[in-house]
Design a protein around this ligand. Structure first.
Ligand code: C2E
Ligand code: MG
Ligand code: MG
Ligand code: MG
Length: 283
């Protein structure tokens, strides 16, 4: 009887698994085709200096415009790209498109691109990125790489080598989503990061949870003892922006300032005032 029940359970479970596996393999095939066709697009989210509300750069976030209109976000397709080995190609295409756009902006504006943990294992990653920058004559100093803490424990030695060779070329490296992974002080000590980005879960709790404020204060204090500027991500309210500035956080990013936009929208909403000779601002 128990055996029979177990078998029944098994039978209910299997079609679900099959459907999920099938969905994933369809997505993987479509993603491969999209990358081959150079269909993925960077969107650009503004990074702002909190004190003067000055625009300092943009983070590139991958978007997958699909003919069928389905909205498949990076939280879904990035893991598929990582597991199928497509992530390097995806990143290089995004980097190329992003840099081409950025060459048309005010040269003081930086761009940041996300690198997946698996990519740091690739001993050629720094060379690949550099080859793209060289081909486009894009100054490495304007590029920032964002890595998450979890990237550092996957393969610490290779990660350290890759980060060092990026930095040797003048590329900046930021520690992304700080506070959610294995926030080891060891990483801060061993790897010369240029910036820390506090995860948005802490920022979004700022207005309601006094503990979030204590955590942010502690992170900013820790970072400042390493002379590292801090970026707060996910700022949605004016109150949070002001709290963060008061706590000593230098930069911010979030819907309060602007969501990620396509290159065309970016020109309409952010960049036109700059080319008119105006100051960089969040107007
Ligand atoms: P992330 O690097 O931490 O990027 C920030 C995410 O927070 C973005 O989501 C952004 O749209 C979202 N965000 C920004 N401001 C706010 C806000 O005020 N409120 C809220 N609720 N969300 C905000 P997105 O674009 O969906 O990307 C999600 C994650 O996917 C990224 O997190 C990053 O880890 C990954 N990702 C995106 N593009 C790439 C890529 O090209 N390569 C890799 N490896 N990962 C990527
Ligand atoms: Mg990021
Ligand atoms: Mg982040
Ligand atoms: Mg995040």
């Amino acid at each position: 009887r128990a055996k029979e029940a177990g078998r029944n359970q098994h039978r209910c479970f299997e079609p679900l698994m099959d459907a999920e596996i099938k969905r994933r393999s369809v997505l993987e095939r479509q993603l491969r085709e999209a990358i081959l066709a150079d269909d993925l697009r960077p969107h650009f989210q503004p990074l702002v200096e909190l004190a003067g509300r000055r625009l300092v750069g943009f983070e590139l976030l991958a978007r997958w415009p699909r003919r069928d209109g389905l909205n498949i976000g990076p939280d879904q397709f990035i893991p598929i790209a990582e597991e199928s080995g497509l992530i390097n190609e995806l990143m290089l295409q995004l980097l190329e498109r992003g840099c081409r756009e950025a060459l048309g902006w005010d040269a003081r504006l930086s761009i940041a691109i996300n690198i997946s943990p698996v990519q740091l294992k690739d001993p050629w990653l720094a060379q690949k990125i550099l080859a793209t920058l060289t081909r486009l004559a894009f100054p490495p100093q304007r590029l920032e790489i964002e890595v998450t803490e979890n990237a550092l424990i996957v393969d610490a030695d290779n990660a350290r080598r890759t980060i060092e060779s990026l930095k040797n070329q003048g590329i900046k490296v930021a520690l992304d989503d700080f506070g959610t992974g294995y926030s080891s002080m060891h990483h801060l000590r061993m790897l010369a990061f240029d910036k820390i980005k506090i995860d948005r879960s802490f920022i979004q709790a700022l207005d309601t949870d006094p503990d979030a404020r204590k955590i942010v204060r502690a992170i900013v204090g820790l970072a400042s003892s390493f002379d590292l500027p801090v970026v707060a991500e996910g700022i949605e309210t004016e109150a949070a922006a002001q709290t963060l500035a008061a706590l000593g956080c230098s930069y911010g990013q979030g819907y309060l300032f602007g969501a990620a936009l396509s290159a065309e929208q970016l020109w309409r909403e952010w960049l036109v005032p700059v080319t008119r000779g105006g100051e960089l601002g969040t107007a």
